[in-house]
Ligand binder design. Structure first.
Ligand SMILES: *Cc1c(COP(=O)(O)O)cnc(C)c1O
Length: 957
């Protein structure tokens, strides 16, 4: 036999255990084959008979060739479209060392602060940057996009409004259409009326609770809202402003003229357009609202050694705890992109940012003068970067000439809009002027650009010129050479544990391999450089990618169609529930508003349900953690007349394939409801069963869990939804790019296909795994989980298992009994850091437990190291139980141990330094040092500090 046809399989790289390791693990489990284990685990009733019908798996090399051909079909024209998306120069040092660096993109959300100080600092820098530029006191660590940030602001101002009888949100007509679209979607379930009307004092009627200003406006004009705001405040009406951080380098920040909330997109700070995303939206507000801010906030506190430390503030207020009383369902946001934007500000500093803004403004003024000299009328008297030229019969020849020159302008209402960005050069302005000249039958020689350059004048009225400083903190004034910047990025990265170091066994979060080949195309210009509203004939590569992914995910989920608009799992939940709502309404069932949710559900489920205007009725779980079917039947029957839906996670958040899932779906359908499946646990289903096969009607997929999009330290993500055929007509549409029919609900996100550029990651994964590879991955995930269960169950009680004693792809380790001797689950989580591991999910879905999900990507060797660590920790707990060591003064309570503590001249602990830092053998060759001691959460929540404290504060701490 020849080896000519030998080909390496990607699947063998993606799955951790080798064939011989699989055999060893099966022996430990006492089964003779993987198939036998799966038969014991997945109920026969839901086991799909047919294998997945997907194209044959491609090698990594073959995939890169295929995707390069797809990319070729995208045309990257110069974009002057604006509308909230601008071309950027991403500094190479940030591209290579952050965007393309697994040390940054494979990190988890920074719940374990002691091994996350790097990204916490970068996110604090982001908050500082946003609050400086907007002129407001506090900012959060990112939201999903500008439009949803505006909707979050609307809701916050609505729920905190002074006049409880006011239900109208007054919105300027001069707003981005996608923002208005999303505001409308989100307003409906709350009974908020959106009134689009000019922002005049007369329109501040008594029924208005807040007004929405865009500054600069959608058409690029800049107006002064100082008096309007003061008048509104007199009437207890608040003001929300959507803005552009780059413009605020030159314009008076909204915070200085009284805005209550300021939102926008930080994309312009070095993040490629990516056909709509991902980018980090921001949300800044007054101090008075700091406890109402949606999303995550990073705050300053100190650690157990009294030193400066950061952590996510107000975690107990998060949606996980508030559930149906939550004011927002934001979970995954846009951490990685916020980090990139913050580094852009760190690298350029205040003067660099100002220079970029001034240059953009000067080039805009130059284009204005030159084109006006050709006899065109420009409408905006005050502007930063956007011009509007009135045209009528010239519109169509102008458009075709622009396309000839590969330029995209913005066309609306007989005007041509041109938005200038930091990539625009003098030569680009000449090209633009040429296009306008040609239509008037002139040549560019008829206008002398150099004649204008010395008399550009002002396009920003004096009273709106920014006079205040920004980015004054040393962090924005220290790293302007590339060497300094590189070392700053690396110094932060070194503080963070990521998948580069060890497995991150986070139950429900599926921290699997994010393969390099999957990531490579993301930063190609032919994916990154496209504006989401580019003409459709320029985006055929993207359409092919999206259509293929649609077909593959439909095959995997058993559904008829996907919508790629939702840009997080929670956003998918909301979108799915709104689709169900539209379906009920189409049948005249306007009253169906009861949503059944099991007690074990993820907090975003009830939060999304309440945002969709539903009333949550909780279904009990039995003592084995399963849905109590009789309770479900009783509640479904009781509410049959008004039953809207059931939200169910499968396998359950307890890590079990519940046997009666088909019966559960039937009960809901018989009572007129729809079944919403939370697809966060899809990693245990792919190829073996599917939501459609089981009988669900809608499901979201967390592409950033099951389908390999990296977690990015808390985002980006993608939460597309799949639906059965009867729901297809109601999938979300989009105001600018039509993607659904007449019955489609209005937009749920700013861009038609959400964070489109990262779809290539999931596309790559499926293409390289193929149907068999994906199914093997699922089986391996189940094998790895059951192997850990088998190794640990004599040390820690494992809560819940299926009928044959098997878990699905994750399991819950019960740590509650250790409380009797003062050992909390948090002590175990922190002690794991000393062993080089990130803790599993803590206290979800059951308080006092750890939920472990190894995924298929971890090898047996890594699983063994992890088990060894947990077993060693169990012995440390036993020492407390036996009374060998003090309950308060022991190695668990003092964990984690920093290098500084362990190497200090003084050592008064009742255990050795060796025990503190090197408790097991494998650490000798691979030790990760937590950079701070245990952080003090309550101190940080009492005094909330959400921006970089002055340098002196570090010295004091
Ligand atoms: C992760 C998760 C979600 C939320 O997804 P995001 O992308 O973070 O919004 C919802 N449900 C479950 C069970 C999850 O694990």
């Amino acid at each position: 036999m020849s080896n000519i046809n030998y080909q390496e399989k990607f699947q063998d790289r993606h799955n951790g255990p080798s064939a011989s390791q699989v055999e060893e693990m099966l022996t430990v489990l006492g089964v003779s084959s993987l198939e036998e284990l799966i038969e014991q685990t997945v109920p026969a009733q839901i086991r799909k008979k047919e294998p997945l019908k997907l194209p044959a798996a491609l090698s990594e090399v073959a995939y890169l060739e295929k995707v390069a051909q797809i990319a070729e079909k995208n045309k990257v024209f110069k974009s002057y479209i604006g509308q909230g998306y601008f071309d950027v120069i991403l500094p190479g040092v940030i591209q290579r060392n952050v965007f393309e660096n697994p040390g940054w993109y494979t990190q988890y959300t920074p719940y374990q602060a002691e091994i996350a100080q790097g990204r916490l600092q970068a996110l604090l820098n982001f908050q500082t940057m946003v609050s400086d530029l907007t002129g407001l006191e506090v900012a959060n660590a990112s939201l999903l996009d500008e439009a949803t940030a505006a909707a979050e602001a609307m809701f916050m101002l609505y729920s905190t409004r002074k006049n409880k009888d006011a239900h109208t949100f007054l919105v300027t007509p001069n707003i981005y259409p996608q923002t208005l679209d999303v505001l409308q979607t989100r307003a409906v379930p709350f009974g908020v009326e959106i009134r689009v009307a000019d922002l005049t004092v007369d329109n501040l009627a008594d029924d208005v609770f807040a007004a929405f200003v865009q500054y600069p406006a959608a058409d690029g004009s800049v107006a002064d809202y100082k008096e309007f705001t003061a008048f509104a405040h007199d009437k207890n009406i608040t003001i929300c402003v959507a803005t552009d951080l780059m413009a605020l380098a030159l314009l008076t920040p909204p915070g200085e003229w009284g805005a209550d909330v300021v939102v926008g997109n930080s994309q312009r700070f070095g993040v490629p357009m990516g056909f709509g995303g991902p980018h980090a939206a921001f949300f800044a507000t007054k101090d008075a609202y700091k406890r109402n801010i949606p999303g995550r906030i990073i705050g300053v506190t100190s650690d157990s050694n009294g030193e400066y430390a950061l952590r996510m503030a107000l975690q107990t207020r998060e949606q996980h705890i508030r559930r149906d009383k939550a004011s927002s369902n934001i979970c995954t946001a846009q951490a990685l992109l916020a980090i990139m934007a913050s580094f852009y500000a760190v690298y350029h500093g205040p003067q660099g940012i100002k220079n970029i803004a001034l240059r953009i403004n000067d080039l805009t003024k130059l284009a204005d003068k030159a084109i006006q000299a050709l006899g065109y009328k420009q409408v905006n008297t005050s502007y930063f970067d956007t011009l509007r030229f009135e045209v009528d019969k010239e519109l169509s020849p102008l458009k075709s000439e622009a396309l000839n020159q590969e330029l995209n302008f913005y066309y609306a209402d007989n005007t041509v809009g041109i938005s200038i960005d930091e990539t625009t050069t003098l030569a680009d302005i000449e090209t633009i002027v040429k296009v306008f000249a040609k239509i008037k039958g002139k040549s560019v020689n008829d206008v002398d650009l150099s004649a204008f350059t010395n008399e550009l004048g002002n396009s920003i009225p004096e009273e709106l010129e920014r006079t205040s400083d920004y980015l004054t903190h040393p962090v924005f004034n220290s790293y302007h050479s590339e060497s300094e910047m590189l070392r700053y990025i690396k110094s932060l990265e070194a503080k963070d544990l990521s998948l580069c170091h060890s497995m991150i066994p986070l139950g429900s979060c599926t921290m699997k391999l994010n393969a390099t080949t999957e990531m490579v195309p993301v930063t190609w210009a032919r994916f990154g450089g496209l504006h989401p509203f580019a003409p459709v004939d320029q985006t055929t590569g993207y359409m092919q990618l999206i259509n293929e992914l649609n077909d593959w995910l439909c095959e995997i989920t058993g559904f008829a169609k996907m919508s790629f608009q939702p840009n997080s799992g929670a956003q998918g939940e909301y979108a799915g529930l709104m689709v169900i709502r539209a379906y009920h309404h189409s049948r005249g069932d306007l009253h169906r508003d009861i949503c059944l949710i099991p007690a074990s559900a993820h907090g975003t489920n009830p939060a999304s349900a309440s945002m969709a205007g539903l009333k949550v009725v909780v279904v009990k779980c039995d003592e084995r953690g399963n849905i109590d079917v009789e309770d479900l039947r009783a509640k479904a029957t009781e509410h049959a007349a008004n039953l809207n839906s059931l939200m169910v996670t499968y396998p359950s958040t307890h890590g079990v394939f519940e046997e009666p899932i088909v019966e559960i779906c039937n009960i809901i359908h018989e009572n007129g409801g729809q079944v919403y499946m939370d697809g966060a646990n899809m990693n245990a289903q792919v190829g073996l069963t599917s939501p459609g096969y089981i009988g669900a009607d809608v499901c979201h997929l967390n592409l950033h869990k099951t389908f390999c999009i990296p977690h990015g330290g808390g985002g980006p993500g993608m939460g597309p939804i799949g639906v059965a055929s009867h729901l297809v007509p109601f999938l979300p549409n989009h105001e600018v790019i039509e993607i659904s029919g007449e019955e489609g609900i209005s937009a749920v996100s700013a861009a038609p296909f959400g964070s489109a550029s990262i779809l290539v990651i999931s596309h790559a994964y499926i293409a390289m795994m193929g149907g068999e590879g994906l199914t093997d991955a699922t089986k391996t995930a189940i094998l790895n989980a059951n192997y850990i269960k088998a190794r640990l169950e004599s040390h820690y009680p494992v809560l819940y298992a299926g009928a044959n004693g098997r878990c699905a792809h994750e399991m819950i380790l019960d740590c509650r009994e250790f409380k009797n001797v003062g050992v909390e689950v948090a002590d175990i989580a922190k002690r794991l850091m000393d062993y080089g591991f990130h803790a599993p999910t803590v206290s979800f879905p059951v308080a006092g437990t750890l939920m472990v999900e190894p995924t298929e990507s971890e090898s047996k060797a890594e699983l063994d190291r992890f088990c060894e660590a947990l077993i060693a920790i169990r012995q440390e707990i036993a020492a407390v139980e036996n009374g060998e060591v003090d309950q308060k003064d022991n190695v668990l309570k003092h964990a984690p141990h920093t290098a500084r503590v362990v190497t200090a001249d003084e050592w008064d602990r009742p255990y050795s330094r060796q025990k503190a830092a090197y408790p097991v053998e494998y650490l000798r060759v691979n030790k990760f040092w937590p950079s701070v001691g245990r952080v003090n959460d309550s101190q940080g929540d009492r005094t909330l500090i959400c921006s970089c404290p002055p340098i002196e504060a570090y010295a004091e701490a």
